[in-house]
Design a protein around this ligand. Structure first.
Ligand code: TRP
Length: 334
């Protein structure tokens, strides 16, 4: 009798260790990663090499951000027993694959990825390096080396995936002899929209508008008090417009059950912004409390985090080296 065991989908994603994680990461990315760690065969990467493409002048910052970032992943519920948490630079097979795929990647494909010119405009020509041009190719190799099928990413990364799929198609066409040696990865977009920061722009450490997982409760309350709300609502009694209010947008993530009540009270004027901020700060601290407690535990135990990463990296290498052998066979290198 044959038995079919449903194979779990292979999910792969990564994050650059460039700064502290915040509420936007938590509700937009990490809760989803935590679910994938349960339901899929998931690989989560510390993309340290990608961090060097823009922050090569500051290796200490990249190194310093690594453990804290993983501590936040674990605090958010990513299960290291059921998923593979690994360090990109610890899997040299990724770089070897990048060299090989570089041979068949037209320069024009890399030059037309929108983030290439966009980031140079934003950050300056000092990042116009060979490594930075290759950013999407390295990202593809992160995924392809594990034959990743699904890649949870934000909208800004979809063009990278599209580029990556083209490279995979070209590889399979040139060397596959009718077989799919490499897998075309699919992006899976977060069900959450962009999380606004305290000033209403996208929450980001670089905009200085972020509520950090590492913040204490008093700091959080202070940040919430300083948040932008409907500028036409000056005092309690004025009717507010929740649909344009960043504070209201955050309610949705933190306590969806209260959203309708808050909206109605804001519109009627019964709820003033000061009271709303007090209520929200309390809810937010309550929501973050268990995450922050776990975060502190992992932060205080770097050797535990490092052991998790070392074990994950070893497992990642085992899978990666198998795929690399297939690639080299197909290219007649071995
Ligand atoms: N480029 C991604 C970002 O900035 C991070 C990343 C690196 C990644 N390697 C990856 C995401 C592989 C998904 C898959 O968000």
């Amino acid at each position: 009798m044959t038995q079919t065991v449903a194979r779990k989908a292979r999910v792969m994603s990564g994050m650059r260790p460039t700064g502290e994680l915040h509420l936007g990461h938590l509700v937009g990315v990490l809760t989803q990663w935590a679910q994938y760690s349960e339901t899929a065969d998931a690989f989560f990467e510390i993309a340290d090499l990608h961090a060097y493409t823009t922050d090569f002048e500051d290796p200490g910052k990249i190194r310093g951000a690594r453990n804290a970032m993983v501590a936040a992943w674990l605090a958010a519920g990513v299960d290291p027993q059921k998923s593979t948490i690994f360090l990109q630079s610890g899997v040299p097979e990724i770089c070897e694959l990048e060299t090989l795929l570089g041979m068949i990647t037209p320069l024009s494909w890399l030059e037309r990825v929108p983030t290439y010119k966009g980031q140079i405009e934003a950050l300056g020509t000092q990042i116009a390096t060979y490594g930075f041009l290759g950013y999407p190719l390295l990202q593809l190799c992160d995924i392809a080396i594990f034959r990743g099928e699904y890649v949870p990413v934000g909208r800004d990364q979809v063009a990278h995936l599209e580029f990556g799929r083209e490279v995979v198609r070209r590889f399979n066409y040139l060397y596959g002899d009718g077989r799919e040696i490499l897998t075309e990865p699919q992006p899976t977009l977060s069900e959450f929209p962009e999380v606004p920061g305290t000033d209403g722009r996208k929450m980001s450490k670089s905009y200085d508008n972020a509520i950090l997982i590492g913040d204490d409760e008093a700091t959080t309350t202070q940040k919430v008090r300083g948040m932008l709300t409907d500028p036409q609502k000056i005092r309690r009694g004025d009717p507010g417009r929740p649909e344009i209010c960043p504070l209201f947008a955050l309610w949705r993530f933190v306590n969806p059950l209260k959203v309708d009540g808050v909206a109605a009270a804001c519109r009627s004027g019964a709820l003033g912004c000061v009271q709303d901020k007090t209520d929200f700060a309390e809810q937010l601290n309550e929501y973050l409390r268990p995450v922050r407690e776990r975060y502190a535990t992992y932060r205080d135990d770097p050797s535990l985090v490092e052991r998790i990463v070392a074990e994950g990296t070893q497992r990642a290498r085992e899978i990666a080296s198998g795929v690399l052998v297939n690639v080299k066979h197909a290219m007649k290198l071995i």
